[in-house]
Design a protein around this ligand. Structure first.
Ligand SMILES: [Zn+2]
Length: 118
């Protein structure tokens, strides 16, 4: 699955990119790719300063939520990543259906009803 992203956004992923989460969040990740790519290619006239070129280094699940690491940061990128994190807490990490963040024995995960019962 992560190969699909690397193909679609070849500029956006680092060589040693690491993918460590379920496929339920692919849609959220795709939105993040779109937004960052847009920002990096935004017409300069509208900006006081261009957005820095950045690459996604790592995508992982952390405390039940989606965490995305970049090579270069910017407040706007932080905003994109933060909203993706909040969104991921409502979507099952495994299948992409509506889910809930829940804790079990110190482990946090976001799962729908079916996936949560395994
Ligand atoms: Zn599920």
């Amino acid at each position: 699955m992560e190969k699909k992203f690397k193909k679609k956004y070849p500029e956006l992923f680092s060589e040693d990119f690491i993918y460590e989460c379920g496929d339920g969040w692919l849609e959220i990740i795709e939105k993040v790719c779109e937004k960052i790519t847009w920002a990096m290619n935004a017409p300069l006239a509208e900006l006081t300063e261009p957005y820095p070129k950045t690459k996604i280094i790592r995508i992982k699940e952390k405390f039940g939520a989606l965490e995305i690491y970049l090579s270069e940061y910017h407040p706007y990128y932080d905003k994109i990543i933060r909203s993706a994190r909040f969104k991921s807490m409502t979507i099952c990490e495994i299948c992409g259906k509506k889910g809930r963040l829940k804790g079990k024995n110190g482990w946090w995960m976001t799962r729908c009803k079916e996936c949560g019962n395994e």
